[in-house]
Design a protein around this ligand. Sequence first.
Ligand SMILES: [Zn+2]
Length: 410
Amino acid sequence: MVPGDVLVEEGRIAAVGPGDRSTPQVLDCTGCAIIPGFINLHNHVPNTLLRGVADDMPLEEMLPRAAAIDAKLTRRDVQIGALLGCVEMIRSGTTSFHDLFYWEDEVARAVRESGIRGFLSWVTLDESRTTQHGNPLKNADAFVAKQKGDALVTPSVGLQGVYAASEETCARAKEIAERHGVRLHMHLSETRGEVERHRKETGLRPVEWLEKIGLLGPNLTAAHCVWVTMNEVRTLGRHGVSVAHCPVSNMKLASGGVAPVPEMLQEGVVVGLGTDSPISNNAMDVFADMKIAALLHKASRWDARAMPAQAVLDLATIGAARALHMEAEIGSIEVGKRADLAVVSLRGAHTTPFYPENVISHLVYGCRGSDVQATIVDGQVLMADRIVRTVDEAEVISRAQETARELFEA
Ligand SMILES: [Zn+2]
């Protein structure tokens, strides 16, 4: 922690520490911590519209229920759902998110409108299993080709998971990603059922099978990895695969077990934190997920030292940046990096007293999204004094409410 100011010039961090305040635009951060904005490493942001429709049921029941509503979604619905999610994330200090959905071009529109940074993966799966219009692989290919080279949008290729993608689909997704030089993003070993079914069908556990078909590599981020053996953890590490840890989603869906994150870190696997879908979280407040991540590992291991506050804060910031191979640009407050920042008030009753020594603890165990006073991406102030500046928040909320009502009445 450094006391002082952060100077931003032309979208980048120009200086950190005590500085002069004669610059044209000053955000008063007295009594606040300036932190690197959170990077939500696994999300399905348009699913904000489905928030609360599939609670208190396991993944196997949740997926078909979500798919039935999914089939009715229009492009406009996806766009407004994504915009609602972007507003929610901006309000709680998230500056980047890694999304897995279809019609990601509509999510890209919401990203540009709101000013947040989006790492957007168009999901692919077998054509026989999709609700997408057209062929998912062709859709992903066209999306990546069209969106490459944008300042805020980084396109990539998604894969639903081994339970919905054949060897051929996986190979074609990988080919598209390699041809365009972009990343892959998939679900992996989320439930015991997924692992057992795959083992029965192929004789191999999902990580072993993906290694065999050549899909594992440093360009892959895998979400969940709850049901993995130590051998599989080492395999992920050996291939440079990064993992999005989604503890709230895993706990809510009672996926059972706990992702072996301390072992992953020990074996050199890069891990970041993801909220997962608003269907299975249901919020996108990374503060809540950091606290739960820390508590989950401590409670399940009977070890209060497991996953300390700094390690968890790292998952939500620099860890996620490393997972996306973006650590030279985002994930920490360093001169030369993009100015993606959140200003968090430490003046609340629940964060008093604060000292330099306990700021990290307060951020992980005490703070909540509503403590964020300002959010900045690429030097642009997206929210100040808790007022979102890029979009009309009230209008977005009322449009989303209306869209959801139409969706569920239809
Ligand atoms: Zn997911």
